[in-house]
Design a protein around this ligand. Structure first.
Ligand code: FEO
Length: 400
């Protein structure tokens, strides 16, 4: 059972702890559970909530709230983000207090109407809008796609507190509330970025730039410890992790799976063609490449080449597993190409092409596949395939 905690005069943490959680959202393993952070801010004239908690913790949440203030005396709730781990108790809040005003982004307004099927008194906010609570101000900073389109931060200038929604958070539940009370959770902070925020690096850079010059004494994220000792470092860490890749010329990544060496022979010829156009080629063998290595290279590559055999009418599982990482990163470029050797069918090349085009990749050349061991003319065709993609990259680069 969590207890509310006053984090500065009139500002309370009203979240709940879930130390036993082992997998968040049935997707992400947690070493030490998580927290669902929510907050209450009292001004002289009005009282506001910032977010609620996951629905299964509603009873605990309302016990905490009502130990601080009667529900009907709360004037408004700020919804920084509508994902159910933060709006799960909102419907019950509105049922208990139908007059409560809800402040959120346009996208959040749309999402709320699909998530909660009762009348809501919503107000859409714009960048920089403020609510005066009486001696305390809530200022809204839009942060779309960190990590949903609806996301925003709320800033309390009088106390220099940033309520940062999911950003800068961690799935970690310690005995204390603040970063200096709970021990090391740097691994969880990094894992959270990698698994939830990493596909949105450009949006992260935009959001970080909006808060870079703000005085911030305390970062209050939606999960994990409040950042009192490491407030600035929590933000700077995102700036570093979301930095764009260094511009070191054109680069292609080839992901190769080649049980009998034939697809690797093709990859070597494609590489020669790319190198004729000055493209640096990094080749990773999928039987041994680490996920982290693939992710890092995907973010530095202007082009992704997939060299896949066909086995049992399909691309083999290591190929699909590697492709599943594409939605977890911010690829530098979205140019692709697919090729491979096959035995008696050859469906994999087309299947992988469909996957890449589904992820908005441009395929300058139709994929090629050859039966068993490529002949000399097949090898020449592979080299020409590489040249065409290399030429496309160069032209694209010149066009800016
Ligand atoms: Fe913690 Fe995106 O919800």
């Amino acid at each position: 059972m969590s207890q509310g905690r006053e984090i500065c005069p009139g500002v309370y943490w009203t979240g709940v702890k879930n130390p036993d959680l082992q997998v968040f959202d049935e997707l992400f393993p947690t070493r030490q559970g998580t927290t669902y952070n929510a907050y209450l801010v009292k001004g002289k004239d009005k009282t506001a909530l910032i977010d609620t908690v996951k629905e299964e913790f509603s009873d605990e949440y309302f016990d905490i709230l009502t130990s601080i203030i009667a529900t009907e005396k709360i004037d408004l709730v700020v919804v920084n983000h509508t994902e159910p781990d933060h709006t799960g108790a909102l419907e019950e809040l509105v049922r208990r207090h139908p007059e409560i005003e809800i402040y959120c982004t346009r996208a959040a307004d749309n999402f709320l109407k699909q998530l909660i099927d009762i009348p809501l008194k919503t107000h859409v906010v714009a960048e920089g809008d403020e609510i005066d609570l009486g001696g305390r101000t809530l200022r809204f900073i839009l942060a779309p796609n960190l990590h949903w389109p609806d996301t925003m931060f709320t800033y309390l200038p009088e106390e220099e507190i940033l309520f940062s929604c999911d950003a800068f958070g961690a799935h970690f539940c310690g005995d204390g509330l603040y970063d200096d009370e709970v021990g090391d959770f740097s691994g969880e902070y990094r894992f959270y970025f990698d698994t939830i925020m990493r596909p949105f690096k450009e949006k992260i850079r935009e959001a970080v730039s909006k808060v870079a010059s703000l005085p911030i004494r305390l970062v209050c994220p939606s999960h994990g410890p409040l950042r009192r000792q490491g407030a600035r470092e929590a933000i700077d860490g995102y700036a570093r992790m979301a930095a764009p890749p260094a511009d070191e010329g054109l680069r292609a990544l080839t992901l190769t799976l080649s049980p009998h060496g034939n697809t690797r022979t093709m990859a070597a010829a494609v590489r020669r063609g790319l190198e004729e156009f000055g493209v640096k080629v990094v080749e990773l063998a999928l039987y041994e490449a680490e996920e982290g290595e693939i992710r890092d290279e995907l973010e530095q590559a202007d082009a992704l080449l997939v060299a896949t055999p066909t086995i049992n009418r399909d691309a083999p599982p290591p190929v699909w597993k590697a492709l599943s990482l594409l939605s977890t990163v911010t690829p530098k470029g979205k140019v692709g190409g697919v090729f491979g050797s096959y035995g008696w069918s050859g469906e994999a090349v087309k299947q992988v092409e469909d996957r890449l085009t589904g992820l908005k990749y441009t395929l300058p050349e139709e994929g090629i596949h050859f039966r068993f061991k490529p002949t000399e003319s097949d090898v020449q065709a592979c080299q020409e395939f590489g040249r065409k993609i290399g030429r496309y990259l160069v032209d694209q680069s010149k066009a800016g």
